[in-house]
Write a protein that binds this ligand. Structure first.
Ligand SMILES: [Ca+2]
Ligand SMILES: [Ca+2]
Ligand SMILES: [Ca+2]
Length: 495
């Protein structure tokens, strides 16, 4: 149906709603503007969130002037698509909009009384259902953020210069995260997009700018704790703005203990590391502080190793300090951009917990990754435990006694998803998984599995305040298979 109203009239959609012609997605409609004052309104229902664009075809009018202005609105009258058709553009197609389901309106008008044609046009609202690969507008703020998954690209665009796109994702385990941000070549080296990642307390965890020619951008790494994060995409300004589609992907690698876990900005939040195991981190901003802690099961001699790529600059970039649990500074090293291999002096430390602090320490800050290791001098090589190929980390290292490997009870049971109860009075451990119940007593070689007695070679015992239990006996009692690789000193548990 056609509506003839004056162009100057203030006419709301509420008033138009009954008059607009109902059309369906993916079904072309042929119509025309019989005179320059005519406004054609269409009403279309998007059945599901999806990618939408407009096709607008007509015969060749042999003129490159604009004859038709086609605008698509949501029901709150926000413009979601705009397209102009010149006389020669016989098969026009708008850009994409990524829209939620609901009611939308399309308006077709003449540009003015001069550039006007009553020729037939064919309009189609093309719709592809969103399977999670597109943003869903409007996603202007955190509450309306489009939910995305890690390692799954999503396509979006800044439809207008002040469009804001918010995304949200959740990681269930700590991990390494960076952003890929791709788009077509805009042949301009100015910044067109600013991409910022926040944690749920609105701390910036990543920032990335994409220039027009940077078609395959990649941010630095962030090492994040599990939780929900947000990404905001905006234009730098209204001039350096592009409505071209971008494709964004959150690349995620689960942390097996090889990365710091942000935020580790104070002693309480220190990332637990093991001696002789390198950890990768970075100072994301010049105010980032990284704290690590490690446990010495016995007294010994250690030194710090600190490596990074060559930054081709001798300004001091990192300051690395080691503290005891009372905050006394024990050792320190400074690493300049050109010092690719750093090493502190060897120091004697007693049994206990120690802390390492890494801060920005010079003229320039660098967000490059560094590699930190607490090296022990001498001492027995460590025992590793793999559960279904995944390393289990212990704050008290496993020990070998009489040829049996003993591991911290809580860490191994929790990794195997058994529940653990501890009765301090009777020094009794009760672990349950499914319909299996295992009971052990400190210093007692007899354990029970569902009431049945099993004699252990080595009893459970307390070392440095941690309860250690024989790895093979507990794993096998829950039906797991246990192997020992003597070369790498690794206990391999397969559930
Ligand atoms: Ca958008
Ligand atoms: Ca850091
Ligand atoms: Ca930090």
């Amino acid at each position: 149906m056609m509506l003839v109203v004056s162009l100057g009239a203030v006419t709301t959609f509420a008033a138009m709603d009954d008059e607009a012609e109902e059309i369906s997605v993916n079904s072309p409609v042929t119509d025309n503007l019989p005179n320059y004052k005519t406004i054609n309104y269409y009403k279309v229902e998007l059945p599901a969130p999806g990618k939408v664009n407009l096709s607008f075809n007509h015969k060749n009018l042999e003129s490159s002037s604009v004859y038709w202005q086609v605008t698509m609105f949501d029901s709150a009258e926000n413009i979601v698509l705009y397209f102009e058709s010149t006389g020669t553009n016989t098969e026009g197609k708008s850009m994409n909009a990524y829209l939620n389901k609901g009611t939308y309106y399309v308006r077709v008008v003449s540009r003015d009384s001069y550039w006007y044609s009553s020729a037939d046009y064919t309009l189609c609202v093309n719709h592809t259902e969103n399977q999670g690969e597109y943003e869903i507008e409007p996603n202007r703020n955190r509450d309306l953020a489009t939910e995305i998954s890690v390692d799954k690209p999503v396509t979006g665009n800044l439809r207008v210069s002040d469009d804001i796109d918010f995304y949200q994702f959740t990681i269930s385990e700590p991990g390494k995260v960076n952003l890929s941000f791709n788009h077509k070549n805009l042949e301009s080296s100015s910044v067109h997009w600013q991409v910022t990642m926040f944690d749920s307390a609105e701390n910036i965890v990543l920032y990335f700018e994409s220039t027009g020619t940077n078609t395959e951008g990649r941010s630095m790494n962030a090492y994040l704790d599990k939780g929900t994060y947000y990404i905001r995409v905006v234009s730098r300004d209204s001039y350096w703005y592009s409505s071209a589609d971008y494709t964004l992907c959150v690349n995620y690698t689960e942390n097996q203990g090889e990365y710091e876990i942000e935020p580790n900005n104070n002693m309480d939040g220190a990332t637990l590391i093991e001696v002789d195991e390198p950890v990768i981190g970075n100072l994301r901003t010049n105010s980032d502080v990284d704290y690590y802690k490690f446990v010495m099961p016995d007294s010994g001699k250690v030194y710090l190793g600190f490596n990074h790529g060559n930054l081709e600059s001798s300004g001091v970039h990192w300051k690395v300090s080691m503290y005891d649990a009372n905050g006394n500074n024990l050792d320190q090293l400074e690493s300049r951009g050109t010092d690719t291999v750093g090493k502190s002096k060897e120091i004697n430390v007693g049994k206990g917990t120690y802390y390492i602090k890494v801060v920005y320490g010079g003229y320039w800050h660098s967000a490059s990754d560094y590699n930190l290791t607490v090296n022990t001098v001498g001492g027995a090589p460590k025992i590793k435990v793999l559960l279904d190929g995944k390393r289990i980390r212990f704050d008290q290292p496993p020990i070998i006694q009489d040829g049996r490997t003993l591991v911290p009870l809580r860490a191994i049971f929790e990794a195997m998803e058994a529940t653990v109860e501890w009765d301090d009075k009777t020094k009794t451990v009760t672990a349950k998984k499914g319909d299996t119940t295992v009971v052990m007593v400190i210093g007692n070689k007899t354990m029970t599995k569902n009431g049945e007695k099993i004699v252990l070679d080595v009893p459970p015992q307390i070392v440095n305040g941690r309860t250690l239990v024989p790895a093979r006996a507990v794993a096998e009692s829950f039906g797991a298979k246990v192997d020992w690789d003597g070369n790498t000193r690794t206990v391999i548990i397969t559930q």
